[in-house]
Design a protein. Sequence first.
Length: 87
Amino acid sequence: MKGDRVEIVVDATGDTRTYEVEATRAGRRVEITHGRGVVEVTEVTRGGTPVRTARFMAGRVVALVEHPSPRAVADDDETARPLRMTA
């Protein structure tokens, strides 16, 4: 969904660098795949066509953080509450 984004933190020999991949248009989504030592973050259309791809060596990836876009709450949905982390 437009606004969804993934933040990738990569180790750069003693320093860290942060990259972001965001779904830039309506109907697009961000997918994460990993395998064979590579982490791949791709912006994909509704039909599954990749638009942008970022690839990182898995051994260098420190963190992958998914940030979903804010969703509208329906008027009749009184029980909907934001998710909270509990200790």
